[in-house]
Design a protein around this ligand. Structure first.
Ligand code: KE4
Length: 429
């Protein structure tokens, strides 16, 4: 496979950009080799600068529920850009977006648009702290909520993949206010709540984890979390940046049947442009400036281009809820193909899936939390990743990520992927 142009670009990039990339996981550090520079994407495909085409399952880390550059998003952007890019003043599309968004996510009585998932989660925590007048938060080992200081305490995703669970630069003060519980272990939550009585402002969780690989929450766990928050006056925050509009039209809160006090979103709601959002109970959201005293702001929050792309994505979901049936059928097809391969190879690698986000862990033990996830053989995953890449299938360049299927993936794409999966595993086992 010719990759000279990518190699040249990467060599140049490292002179000006830390690690040659604008987000760490893109650098292929945990799978080895150098990153491919992508020229374009269409449907389920991406093409690198050397002209190599791949069926891909990153979808820009989740946004591309309908594949790359779907016509209805492209047309919305082309129309919006005729009027300019950003005004730093309110626009009608922001009202339309908020109205549509809150109609799709009933727990969000009000919503504030921001520019990334990180901004959404850090703002939601500030809202919870302002509302409760408490300071501590509980997060879960292996869950990733973006890179605000108080989250980079045993984060999952990039930090976990690099094996650096606590990032340098995070102050002791921040670490002291962030308590770490174990995913799917309600006793670990009860212990922290008992030890910090009336001090915990919020519990933030990926209700279906996607940043330690995909790890579903157990049936009772989230319901018990809701009960604890009700009893203790703690704000329950669902970080649905990845699961929102991914696992169902109403996100993980619809799948699990549990209503959070606040939720955060990103990825799909931007249609591929930088957007995040946080929303929830009116009594909490009314605390947010300028309605209330909790400050939160952003130069490009709700900008017309991102709103046009995001609105087009959500409107498509609103008008075509059957897309989730299609995504489920395709995800089951791929999952069955992988399971058939593993049976033929006599390998019982742990496979998890919720809707169109899934993961194959290179461990034969069941994966139910962070400690079981990290038993995966990340070196073997690196070999698997490159074998698949050489067969024209582009997966997440890290074991602790999710594999995303879009409506643009054809059954031909899925068959190619299933064949490549078998051949790749045969080559490395
Ligand atoms: P961003 O700030 O990257 O838009 O969102 C942070 C975030 C928050 N919450 C959840 C559940 C998330 O998955 C993310 C970001 N996800 C990673 C992929 N696992 C983004 C990829 C990257 O860091 O480049």
């Amino acid at each position: 496979m010719k990759i000279e142009k990518s190699e040249q670009l990467f060599s140049n990039a490292q002179k000006y950009i830390p690690g040659g990339v604008n987000s760490p996981v893109r650098a292929f550090k945990s799978v080895g080799g150098n990153p491919l520079f992508i020229e374009k994407g269409y449907g389920s495909k991406i093409v690198d600068v050397d002209g190599n085409e791949y069926v891909e399952y990153i979808g820009s880390w989740g946004p591309h529920l309908f594949g790359h550059n779907p016509s209805f998003i492209k047309e919305a952007l082309l129309q919006a850009i005729e009027n300019g890019t950003s005004f730093g003043a309110p626009t009608a599309i922001e009202v339309e977006m908020a109205k549509l968004f809150t109609s799709l996510i009933p727990s969000c009585e009000m919503v504030r648009m921001v520019n990334s998932g990180t901004e959404a989660t850090m703002s939601a925590v500030r809202a919870a702290r302002g509302y409760t007048e408490r300071e501590k938060i509980i997060k879960f080992e292996g869950c990733y909520h973006g890179h605000a200081d108080f989250f980079l305490i045993k984060a999952g995703s990039g930090a976990l993949t690099f094996g650096v669970p606590t990032s340098p630069g995070v102050t002791k003060g921040n670490a002291a206010d962030t308590l770490i519980a174990d995913f799917n272990d309600i006793d670990s939550v009860k212990d922290l709540v008992a030890q910090n009585k009336n001090e915990i402002a919020a519990i933030i969780i990926e209700p279906i984890a996607g940043n330690m690989g995909v790890v579903p929450s157990s049936d009772s766990f989230i319901k018990e979390l809701r009960a604890i928050c009700d009893e203790e006056g703690i704000v329950l925050i669902f970080d649905e940046v990845m699961t929102g509009f991914r696992v169902a039209k109403g996100g993980a809160q619809q799948v699990l049947g549990v209503t959070p006090d606040l939720s955060t979103f990103g990825k799909i709601i931007g249609g591929g442009l930088p957007v995040g959002a946080f929303g929830g109970k009116k009594e909490i959201m009314q605390k947010i400036s300028p309605a209330g005293p909790v400050y939160q702001a952003g130069t490009l929050s709700g900008n017309p281009l991102a709103m046009a792309a995001g609105y087009a994505a959500l409107k498509h979901i609103h008008d075509n809820p059957q897309v989730y049936d299609e995504l489920e059928e395709k995800a089951v097809y791929l999952e069955n193909g992988f399971k058939k391969n593993l049976k033929e190879l006599g390998k019982n690698f742990a496979m998890t899936r919720v809707g169109s986000m899934s993961c194959m862990f290179l461990t034969e033990e069941e994966v139910t939390d962070f400690n079981s996830a990290v038993k995966s053989d990340t070196e073997l995953y690196g070999k698997y990743f490159h074998e698949m890449l050489n067969r024209g299938v582009y997966l997440a360049p890290a074991q602790f990520e999710a594999m995303f299927i879009s409506t643009a993936h054809s059954y031909e794409d899925l068959d190619k992927t299933i064949t490549a999966h078998l051949e790749s595993l045969k080559a490395i086992l």
